[in-house]
Design a protein around this ligand. Structure first.
Ligand SMILES: *[C@@H]1O[C@H](CO)[C@@H](O)[C@H](O)[C@H]1NC(C)=O
Ligand SMILES: *[C@@H]1O[C@H](CO)[C@@H](O)[C@H](O)[C@H]1NC(C)=O
Ligand SMILES: *[C@@H]1O[C@H](CO)[C@@H](O)[C@H](O)[C@H]1NC(C)=O
Length: 762
């Protein structure tokens, strides 16, 4: 079984294996220092599971442990407003008596945040296993600096917020009514889809009927109109649950589901009283097909993002899935069209005759009006679900499941990662207008605190898409999983929450791609274009000349021809000592670029490709020439090739110093510091430090030598060495791992083929 899965995953991975590595990786430090990343943390709080974006007021509302916060969307690090909202002491004690951890679980974790009306939010928290909800005054305009919880009016949050802080609840507020998917008991066994808060009586799903809901985990809820008539409006629930159908005899299987209910469902008259009469659910499939026709399913639904389109009845639904298997980590993004979802609900019902029967497609007569249809003038004559005939109600109760699943757009994931040490957790999508069309840019949060920026571009046609992993961004200072995400297209910012903090970052950093038209073009970032002098944000509607962008082909040969090579190729001089090693470093901006080295004896000689062997070795960040010979001297050119386009990145001139010459440059501390030996001393010291793996130590030593040499009065004994011989020797052991860090340097790092003489100088 396991082996079969492995093969399937491999088979599936083959098709998209190329997408595993990002083109650029940016660290948290880099993002914070240079690219406008801002962070926010509440003191004595945590767990920022709920983020609410309010574009009108320009606020990001945050729910965390015992706190609510209101932050500026422009800069979340600015002075915040916050509300302390702890659980009552008696509930905390009761929670503790029930065996829960008083400090970890018996707190108020704010899980639900909605815009309620023009002046108030609606917020719910776990309240130490005693869910509570309340209204938060936020004022009408951005300038009203109100942020106040009406503590006198806190109400029961059962059926709205989970009891357990580890559980999620999904909800949507529509016309002052709250539709939620949540566990409604302390033990977390009674799950329901629940309507509350408005003037109408509360309605829920049938209790303890595994055909309706079977240990569901609710992910998200959306209100989507079906026609111009509001009576046809539906609420769609995304969840995963233990499957009752399919895969019989193979133990528990998790399936991803989409469930629907009508907004105007009032429950039944004689049966299904105050229960949904329009509830239907279907399986959501996200799978890859191997070359042998077998499928690998991603069934663990994790997040859903609704991308509005011009037609509000037909948004796109982007969903994040992982595999349910504990053996393999695999994640996928699938996109669903409303047409495909509606088609599944109009298809055959799943039917099971009795306990010993299989689930089949129901072939009998379906009563009228067809279960799942909303009572409205559009499709029928009923004005309320209470008027539905008994046979309709009976059929609805026994057939909540559709037989056909919902397949994703293109029948396969649009983005997939397997054989990586992380999984996807969240997604936000931005539709970007580029010179050659619209692109949906995906921002995918992971369980290691990174965000992947991905764009799908057409390969030959718009039917055959290719995914580009543009960036891998480390958005937190630690590697906490991403637990919430919001995007503001208007402000071009992304907001990402985790257990420990919230980060805000811009959706693009065009300048990072480089200072040449070709580099900007090769990035294929729909946000960015070449404006004639730099790589900047592309704005579709501005009539600026010289805006060059080619997301689809990323071909600088056509796009950038006639553009003067702006930045000349940098040149560097490198020294090598005969018999020792020298490292020639060349780092392309893009991790996708292929590096090629060429060599010429003099600038007028022919360039030849540098051939690799035991002596000339290709490293991650350049080439290492071991046991340098005099004939190695000359010009080395580093070329980067990406997407069929080659750029010259660097010229290095290598000079080789005679071994004896280097040897004769020994030197003692008592000598004059101003002599020409000055630089050669540095050389000698490098010989001492050969292969020393710790670069910062090396810098330190050099720095000390220099300052010592230039500032010390004459005839003074040297400073003690910064490292003992023993410590140095210990570092030697780590040579292998540290070599990469060492080669960060543009300097040569000569390597003596002998024991270090640590005591010679010190
Ligand atoms: C954001 O606010 C913080 C705190 O007031 C401030 O230090 C920082 O400079 C601001 N950043 C920007 C880009 O405005
Ligand atoms: C919004 O709702 C709150 C809570 O019910 C109420 O106190 C407030 O008056 C309402 N505001 C408006 C503008 O209706
Ligand atoms: C290198 O040495 C410095 C100073 O002795 C030390 O602070 C640093 O942790 C060392 N780094 C590594 C990677 O060993």
């Amino acid at each position: 079984m396991i082996q079969v899965l492995a093969l399937l995953l491999l088979a599936g991975n083959e098709a998209t294996a190329a997408s595993t590595n990002p083109r650029l990786k940016l660290s948290f430090q880099d993002l914070r220092m240079r690219h406008g990343l801002r962070t926010y943390e509440l003191e004595r709080s945590c767990c920022y599971d709920s983020l609410l974006l309010d574009e009108e007021r320009g606020r990001l509302f945050v729910g965390g442990k015992n706190y609510l916060a209101s932050l500026s969307l422009d800069n979340i690090s600015k002075q915040d407003k916050k509300i302390y909202w702890p659980a009552l002491v008696e509930w905390r004690e009761e929670c503790n008596w029930a065996g829960k951890d008083i400090n970890a679980e018996c707190m108020n974790f704010v899980k639900i945040l909605h815009l309620y009306n023009r002046t108030h939010l609606y917020a719910c928290g776990t309240g130490a296993f005693h869910p509570i909800c309340g209204f938060v005054e936020v004022g009408q305009r951005a300038e009203d600096s109100v942020f106040k919880l009406d503590l006198g009016n806190v109400e029961d949050g059962k059926g709205k917020s989970p009891y357990d802080p580890r559980h999620m609840a999904a909800s949507v507020l529509v016309g002052k009514e709250l539709y939620s998917g949540v566990a409604t008991d302390l033990m977390g066994r009674d799950f329901t889809i629940f309507r509350s808060l408005g003037p109408r009586p509360s309605i829920r799903t049938e209790q303890h009927d595994s055909r309706w809901l079977n240990e569901p985990k609710f992910i998200d809820v959306f209100w989507i109109p079906e026609s111009e008539n509001p009576d046809d409006d539906k609420i769609f629930f995304f969840f995963r649950e233990t499957a009752v159908e399919g895969a019989q005899g193979l133990g528990k299987h998790t399936f991803a589901r989409i469930g629907q209910i009508c907004r105007n469902d009032m429950g039944g008259q004689r049966s299904l009283v105050n229960k949904w009469t329009t509830f239907l659910k279907a399986r959501l499939v996200c799978a890859v097909t191997g070359s042998d026709g077998s499928h690998t399913h991603f069934d663990h639904l994790r997040d859903v993002f609704l991308l509005p389109t011009r037609d509000k009845r037909n948004p796109l639904l982007y969903a994040v899935f992982t595999t349910s298997s504990t053996v393999f980590k695999g994640s996928a993004i699938c996109v669903y069209h409303m047409n495909d979802i509606r088609r599944a609900f109009l298809g055959p019902f799943a039917h099971k005759e009795g306990p010993n029967y299989q689930w089949v497609s129901y072939q009998g007569r379906v009563p009228y009006p067809r279960p799942g249809m909303c009572p409205s003038k559009t499709f029928g004559t009923f004005s309320s679900t209470k008027d539905f005939p008994d046979d309709v109600i009976q059929f609805a109760r026994n057939h909540p499941l559709m037989y056909n699943p919902v397949l994703p757009h293109g029948q396969r994931p649009i983005f997939l990662q397997t054989n990586v040490d992380y999984t996807f957790t969240h997604i936000a999508v931005d539709r970007v207008a580029a010179a050659d069309g619209h692109y949906d840019v995906l921002f995918i949060g992971t369980d290691i605190g990174t965000v992947l920026k991905v764009v799908s571009v057409p390969k030959e046609s718009w039917e055959n898409m290719e995914e580009l992993l543009l960036e891998e961004l480390q958005v937190f200072k630690d590697s906490s999983p991403v637990t919430s995400m919001q995007i503001s297209s208007k402000r071009q910012q992304l907001y990402v929450g985790s257990r420990t903090s919230i980060s805000q970052l811009p959706l693009h950093r065009c300048g990072i791609y480089g200072k040449a038209c070709a580099e900007c073009c090769l990035a294929r970032d729909p946000y960015c274009a070449w404006d004639g002098s730099s790589c900047t944000r592309y704005m579709h509607n501005t009539k600026r000349r010289f805006r060059r962008q080619d997301v689809r082909n990323g071909d600088p040969n056509t796009l950038c021809s006639g553009d003067p090579q702006r930045s000349s190729v940098p040149e560097k001089k490198v020294f090598g000592v005969e018999g020792s090693s020298v490292f020639l470093e060349c780092l392309p901006k893009s991790l996708k670029a292929q590096i090629l080295w060429t060599y010429q004896k003099t600038s007028s000689a022919i360039q030849k490709e540098v051939l690799l062997d035991d002596r000339v070795m290709k490293m991650e960040r350049g080439i290492l020439l071991r046991s340098v010979q005099r004939k190695d001297a000359g010009l080395y050119h580093c070329h980067a090739t990406e997407h069929g386009f080659t750029q010259n990145l660097l010229h290095l001139q290598l000079e080789v110093i005679h071994a004896q010459q280097a040897e004769s440059l020994s030197f003692s501390w008592e000598e004059e510091p101003t002599q020409p030996f000055h630089r050669k001393l540095w050389y000698q010291d490098f010989l001492q430090l050969v292969d020393h793996p710790n670069l910062s130590t090396m810098d330190q030593v050099c720095e000390q030598l220099w300052s010592h040499k230039s500032h010390q009065p004459k005839k003074k004994p040297p400073l003690p060495p910064p490292l003992s011989v023993k410590a140095k020797n210990q570092k030697w052991k780590h040579l292998g791992e540290k070599r990469k860090a060492r080669s960060r340097r543009m300097h040569e790092v000569p390597r003596a083929e002998r024991e270090p003489r640590s005591t010679d100088i010190w």
